[in-house]
Design a protein around this ligand. Structure first.
Ligand code: SF4
Length: 99
């Protein structure tokens, strides 16, 4: 463990993958202030055009989603420390290359 000058402890994440972190992370609450600001939902099919322009737009195909393709929940760079639904969506959606 590393101690900062402010007295805060920083725990090393040696041997911990981002998927492992997400598996243990609490699910993102759609009512969370940042989630609401980005119109996050667990079920992308509830989002109507023009916000969501394709059925292919789900967290699983988003460049910010870092879980493996088979996971139902995973980490998102926009919501650190929380798990988002693979079938979710938010206004920060950006397709992975080739998606
Ligand atoms: Fe899902 Fe992408 Fe929004 Fe993260 S940024 S919640 S992965 S659509």
């Amino acid at each position: 463990m590393i101690q900062t000058t402010a007295g805060l402890a920083i725990l090393p994440l040696v041997g911990t993958s981002s998927s492992a972190i997400a598996a243990d992370a609490p699910k993102l609450d759609p009512n969370d202030a940042q989630a609401k600001a980005l119109s996050y939902v667990h079920d992308a099919s509830t989002v109507k055009s023009p916000a969501r322009t394709s059925d292919k737009q789900i967290c699983r195909t988003c460049i910010q989603y870092t879980a493996d393709a088979k996971a139902d929940w995973g980490p998102c760079n926009i919501f650190p420390g929380k798990g988002v639904a693979a079938k979710g969506w938010c206004a920060a959606y950006a397709p992975k290359p080739g998606a």
